[in-house]
Design a protein around this ligand. Structure first.
Ligand code: FES
Length: 281
């Protein structure tokens, strides 16, 4: 990052910060220890880039220049290769992020159900626009694409936890509660919304054990399955027929016939060699 960049922030509420200050010894030691655990999960170390970038965010709050260099050295990549990945995905932040990312879905279904109105209401209430952060550093507001939660539209995400069936008033209450430090309970998943750094560590692959605290799938998500079962539909039938009277339980969490779960897929030696020449992640 150059001084010119530092003097030319994206916007006044989320300025670029110089991020080249080296990690202190203790932080660096902990980063290496965690990164070693992540890298060990992959047949090729460069495949660990995505979780390592989340790990950097769990420490720095965004992808810093020193974090880019750490990942590059750890994975034997160039800074440019790491930056190319970090700037491609919107979950990686290249400037300081708020303690809570509040993402309002303004994709088609949520938009027509009120998502645009919710975003505009929050933008005016907080005094910030897309990808900007409140002066207290608490909330970063974003427009987000479909969260595959259309059955609960309009949906707002708080650090990627679902807050379903929102209205401008309920979303305003949500951001007020987050800024006030009140505990916020998502509609599904974990029992509370955790901080951006906390969630980033989970995304890096360090389980906090909270994922199944709350409701997993609610009634609207399961309605199709209920109707299918009531109609005798067996999606796992191998005969090719789409209807049957099988009363076998639908293995909702089992892979489809012929497909192995990703954890069962062995590394292919031929692919491993090809992967050495492929791009990062
Ligand atoms: S359009 Fe908003 S969750 Fe799908």
């Amino acid at each position: 990052m150059t001084d010119a960049h530092v003097e030319a922030p994206f916007h006044e509420l989320t300025p670029l910060h110089a991020s080249e200050t080296p990690y202190d010894e203790e932080t660096l030691r902990a980063l290496h220890a965690d990164a070693d655990l992540v890298v060990a999960r992959y047949p090729q170390k460069r495949s660990a880039l995505l979780p390592l970038l989340h790990l950097i965010q769990s420490v720095d709050g965004y992808v810093t220049g020193r974090g880019v260099t750490f990942c590059a050295e750890k994975l034997e990549l160039t800074d440019a290769e790491v930056s190319g990945v970090a700037t491609f995905y919107t979950q990686y932040k290249r400037h300081p992020n708020g303690e809570y990312t509040v993402g309002v879905c303004t994709n088609t279904l949520c938009a027509v159900m009120g998502g645009d109105l919710i975003f505009d209401t929050l933008s005016e209430h907080l005094g910030i626009g897309h990808d900007e952060t409140t002066p207290d550093g608490k909330v970063t507001l974003e427009r987000v694409e479909c969260n595959a939660a259309c059955d609960y539209a309009p949906v707002v995400m708080a650090n990627w936890e679902f807050i379903d069936n929102q209205t401008p008033a309920s979303a305003t209450q949500l951001v007020d509660d987050l800024r006030a430090g009140k505990e916020v309970r998502p509609t599904r998943g974990a029992s509370k919304v955790c901080s951006f750094k906390h969630v980033s560590r989970v995304l890096a692959g360090f389980n906090d054990g909270l994922a199944d605290e709350g409701v997993g799938a609610g009634g609207p998500s399961l309605e199709g399955l209920r109707l299918a079962k009531a109609d005798g539909f067996d999606p796992y039938a191998s005969s090719g027929e789409i209807r049957g009277d099988s009363d076998a339980e639908s293995p909702a969490d089992a892979p489809a016939p012929g497909l192995a779960g990703s954890t069962d897929t062995p590394a292919n030696p031929a692919d491993s060699k090809a992967g050495e020449k492929a791009g990062p992640a």
